[in-house]
Write a protein that binds this ligand. Structure first.
Ligand code: ADP
Ligand code: MG
Length: 228
């Protein structure tokens, strides 16, 4: 019997910064629809792993495959296209464009893929509504609460129906109640589009939203378990 190939897989990933070995050989397989929490102490290599999986950083050795296609055999132009078409991102501080209203922040990734302005605006409006932000389409990020802004970032990550959503400390700037709500919406929305989710966090309660967790220490995966 053959098992389904992993949607995203990494083999023997190594990444150095000068004298620092940030990743010392990481293997990882993410099945269709799986959600993974990446935990571990500060400086252990979590963000570096996310950036290598996401094609933002090029590893010094090893490979990353998305649906069987090598992510790092590509040149930067092709990698940037792959990031836009196949990946969604949520970072700690949203990284929304401050001068654009919420609806335009969400529509932008779709526009960049060639979706018409009308369709992108419709999609963005629907995503904002499904994340509890109906009526807030016209607000700029500075006119939203931290939790609302992070929900706009979730909408922006999902508007292109990505294969994988990457979130680095998505609740790091939020209080517990808002963090809980953002994780509930992020995991629900990710599941709804059939995407995989990779969440870097040091927070047990955030990790509990994911089906599986790994612990990274000194650039290696030292523990791995399924969440009950
Ligand atoms: P984490 O996200 O787990 O806190 P990182 O992946 O950010 O850890 O960092 C892992 C190690 O690599 C740390 O020692 C960090 O200082 C180093 N590092 C990360 N990014 C860079 C960089 N751009 N330049 C130099 N060193 C870096
Ligand atoms: Mg980090």
């Amino acid at each position: 019997a053959t098992s389904a190939p992993a949607r995203l897989s990494a083999r023997a990933l190594v990444k150095r910064f000068g004298e620092t070995t940030a990743l010392a050989g990481v293997d990882l397989d993410l099945a269709d629809g799986e959600s993974l929490a990446v935990m571990g102490p500060s400086g252990s290599g979590k963000s570096t792993l996310l950036h290598c999986l996401a094609g933002i950083l090029v590893p010094d050795a090893g490979s990353v495959m998305l649906r069987g296609r090598p992510v790092h055999g590509l040149d930067e132009r092709e990698r940037s296209l792959l990031r836009r078409t196949s990946y969604g991102f949520v970072f700690q501080n949203g990284q929304l464009l401050p001068e654009l209203p919420a609806v335009e922040n969400v529509a932008l990734p779709a526009l960049l893929l060639g979706t018409s302005r009308r369709e992108a605006t419709e999609l963005a409006t629907r995503w904002l509504a499904s994340l509890g932000l109906a009526g807030m389409e016209g607000r700029r990020p500075g006119e939203l609460s931290g939790g609302q802004a992070q929900r706009v970032a979730v909408a922006r990550a999902l508007v292109t129906q990505p294969d994988v959503v990457f979130a680095d400390e998505p609740t790091g700037a939020l209080d517990q109640a808002n963090g809980h709500e953002v994780m509930r919406l992020l995991t629900e929305a990710t599941r709804a589009v059939g995407a995989c989710l990779v969440v870097v966090t040091h927070d047990e309660q955030v990790a509990a939203w994911c089906g599986r967790r790994i612990v990274v220490r000194d650039g290696r995966v030292v523990d791995e378990r399924r969440t009950a």
